[in-house]
Design a binder for this molecule. Sequence first.
Ligand SMILES: [Cu+2]
Length: 270
Amino acid sequence: MKSRMNTALVLAVTAVLTACGSDATGVEEGSFQSTSTTTEVVVAVEMDGHEMADEEMADHGGHQHGQPIDLTGLSVRPEVSLLAEPDGSGGIMLDIGVRDLELVPADPPTSHHPGQGHVHVLVDGSSVAMIADTNYHVTSLTDGSHTVMVTLSSNDHRDYNVDGSAISAMAMVEVTGGAPAAQPDVRFEVGVEDGTILGGVHRFEASVGNLVEVTVRSDIADDVHLHVYDLKVPVREGTPAVLLVEVDIPGVFEAELHGAGFKLFELAVS
Ligand SMILES: [Cu+2]
C-alpha cells in the first residue's frame, strides 16, 4: 500500500497555475489569473530516478489531452474527496483528501510513474491549478454559484480513470463577497436524455467579445468539453453544467460530451 503523502509541501505549488486552461490560441483564463499571486514553489519531494523531459515543460502551456490512464483493474485505486467552503470574500477554501496516490509537484516536469501524480483543480470547467498539496485557496471569483472539481492526474498530466471516467470529486459552492457576477450577452441551453441530444446538434451563434453562457442538462453523469476554449465542466443528473466563456477568437468550436464521446453543440463565433 502506497501511503507516503507529501503533506509537508507548502501551500504554494503555483508555477504551473493557469497552464492547463489555455491552448496555444492565446485564450485568456478568465477571472482566475489573480490566483497566481501566491508565493514561490518549495519543492520538498525528492525526484530520484525520474527523468525530466523538456517537451513536457513545453506541454505545460499547451495542455495536451493525453490518453487517460485506466486504473479500473487495480485492487488499490487512488481516491479523491473534496470539501469546499466559501471564504466570504470571493474565494473558496479547498480541503482535498487523496488516498493511495503519492503527490508529486507538477513542476519541475516529470514522466509518468505509476502511483504518483498531482491534483488538477478546475473551477467552472477552467483549470486554475495543479497542486501536490491538499489545501488550496481559490480567489477572485464572482458572487454566485461555482463548480469546483478536483481530479487526480499523472505526472504527465493525464487523468487517472476508473470505469471510463476521471477519478474526481466535485462541489457546488455559493460564493459571496466577491465581484458582482457578469451578465452573459447570450445564453443557450442543451438537454441530453437517454444519450440523445434533444433537438439534435445545435449551432449557437455569438459575436467576438460576447460573454456566452451555455447550460447543459443531462440525465447521465459526464463532462462537457468545449474545444479550443478548453472548458471541461462536469454535468450530473439534476446539476447542469454551466459553461461561461468570453469568446475572443472567431471560428466554429465543438463541444462534446466527453465520456459518451459525441458532439453536443457547435459554437460559431464571428
Ligand atoms: Cu497536471
